[in-house]
Design a protein around this ligand. Sequence first.
Ligand SMILES: *Cc1c(COP(=O)(O)O)cnc(C)c1O
Length: 343
Amino acid sequence: MHRSLRLSVERQALIANWRWLQDRAGVPAGAAIKANGYGLGAHEAMTALARAGCRDFFVSTYAEAEELGPLAEGLSLAVLHGPQPADHAVALASVARPVLNSVEQVARWREIAPGRACDVMVDTGMNRLGLRVGETGALAGLTIDTLHSHLACADEDSPVNLRQLEAFSDLATAISAKRYSLANSAGICLGRDFSFDLVRPGLALYGGIPRSEAGGQIVQVARVEAQVVQRRTIRAGESCGYGCTFTAETDTQAAIINVGYADGYLRGFSSRGEALAGERKLPVLGRVSMDLTAVGCDSAPELKEGDWVELNYDLLSAAAASGLSQYELLTSLGSRFERRWTN
Ligand SMILES: *Cc1c(COP(=O)(O)O)cnc(C)c1O
């Protein structure tokens, strides 16, 4: 079947980003591959990174763990949400470790899997998932592989970062575990004090720049291409698209391309995004529709029906243009894209 949208993912770029993060951290780097590898393909990402030497992988749910299929020898997988009661049968049959997030999850795990290793998340200031520091007495006697906490503001220069670091250092002294892990992508950029034994990058693996320290180091991994459905002239004084928000001052050539908000090219790109025909920039004209977007192509006289154009999906500049986060840009890309992994 012909798919008219392409999402190309470059393995070597993914691996180069992982290596940079691991070098920067100075300890082993795992990989968050939740949400289908941030939208790019969890199984492909895991396979590529495992070949490069990555050993620790993180998904959010047991459904995601199951979708990955059997785990290759020597790899470790942890499930960040831990087991809900409805997951117990799957959790017991799975080689994945749960990340236990509450006193209740700890009690249930002791009951259904006595003595079996698990990970634990302790909350040090984010108030999302994790036992409170005052509840960690409930961990006595548990076989903990990795004790985690998660940074709330690592992408900013916030005093919260040091407070969480101090709280986690105290926990690492008090609670016995094989390994300790605190840093996500942005946390790795904060410095090696945050590394402990294992880091858990996600965004930066896939080309996101979480902080300025990663600028010029982390490379683009995913490229988005769409096809021209029609080329037309918008005459001076005419408008295009819903709401007629763009009006041509002079005769303007437009290429109508087959991507829209149903594909995750959201309306924040209206009049702000751009496509690329080689080096030439083609600005989005007016509103993004569900399945179509108009781009100005006066600079590309050869562009015609069926031709491919790349969308500018450099995550930092696309985030600035659209008002979306780099995370949203990756994870919202829809099912009409053919995901093509290249070397
Ligand atoms: C998603 C997630 C990560 C990865 O975070 P990035 O900001 O994408 O690097 C790490 N740890 C936990 C607990 C997460 O939920």
